[in-house]
Design a protein around this ligand. Structure first.
Ligand code: NAP
Length: 259
């Protein structure tokens, strides 16, 4: 399927590794010029080289923290009029809500709710004026089914989801869709770092803990980031213009609901 994206420009946040990287790669394969961000320059540069080598696409790197005003300003300076915005940032740490003061909450809200809203605010009117735009927010399966030790993520992402639900209905008549992708367990660094706490609690090794989690998923495995990137590219494509305000769960069937 030709997604009709050749020649488009995308800003893909937090994209040196994992799901963000997979989205950038999938878009670059469709001929999109991508601007990718992350905080660690060396890893970001290496990812940019990999994407260029594989796809021949133009890749611009912006080193910075997307949860800060400075990080967003630098990203927008490099890619001021994106046709596609993929919002992403690292997830907040696990823990017990009794230990989280206001500062901890503000950090989670900044990264996983307010940063994506600020970037949408910066680019959406340009997309509307150009009559084409695709905004994809990477959130979490925790939006559908909260994860007990990830209360910061449950809360911050629910806030973003509520905001997007309203805005997505206002932009679609101008050719601009806004959707959320909800990852279940994907095989990335994030799942490994989160597993450490679970493994310690269960009195087992991180590898054994991850193996049992993968086996317990209805698919019998974790998701491959490439699968996630492909879903993102489809939502950004020409054919997806009638899909907006949706929360697409990619979790191998782990969420047990009928709808
Ligand atoms: P990952 O493999 O750890 O990759 C995170 C990427 O984001 C890295 O490139 C990292 O680079 C960058 N990053 C993190 N914080 C950033 C910031 N403030 N500004 C700019 N770049 C930043 O994580 P992932 O698994 O792809 O997860 C992506 C998102 O999906 C996270 O919010 C995560 O909580 C959520 N999620 C993941 C899963 C899963 O199973 N993987 C499940 C549910 C939800 P630097 O560290 O160098 O900045």
């Amino acid at each position: 399927m030709d997604l009709g994206l050749n020649g488009r420009r995308a800003l893909v946040c937090a994209a040196s590794k994992g799901l963000g990287r997979a989205c950038a790669l999938a878009l670059a394969r469709e001929g999109v010029a991508v601007t990718i961000t992350a905080r660690t320059a060396a890893v970001l540069e290496a990812t940019a080289d990999d994407i260029r080598r594989e796809t021949g696409a133009a890749v611009t790197v912006v080193v910075g923290d997307i949860a800060t005003e400075r990080g967003r300003a630098d990203a927008l300076a490099a890619c001021p009029d994106p046709d596609i915005l993929v919002n992403n940032a690292g997830g907040p740490p696990p823990g017990d809500f009794r230990d989280w003061d206001r500062e901890v909450w503000i950090r989670a809200l900044d990264a996983n709710m307010l940063a994506p809203i600020a970037l949408i605010r910066a680019v959406v009117d340009g997309m509307i004026a150009r009559r084409f735009g695709r905004i994809v927010n990477i959130t979490s399966g925790a939006v559908k089914a909260p994860i007990d030790h990830l209360g910061l993520s449950n809360g911050a992402r629910a806030g973003l989801t509520g905001f997007v639900a309203g805005l997505a209905r206002q932009t679609v008549r101008h050719g601009v869709t806004i959707n959320n992708l909800l990852p279940g367990p994907f095989d990335t660094d994030r799942i490994r770092s989160n597993a450490a706490a679970g493994a310690a609690k269960a009195g087992t090794s991180v590898e054994a803990f991850l193996e049992s989690r993968a086996a317990a998923n209805p698919a019998g495995r974790f998701g491959d980031p490439e699968e996630f990137g492909a879903a993102c590219a489809f939502l950004c494509g020409r054919q997806a213009g009638f899909i907006t305000g949706q929360n697409l769960l990619l979790d191998g069937g782990a969420y047990p609901g009928t709808l």
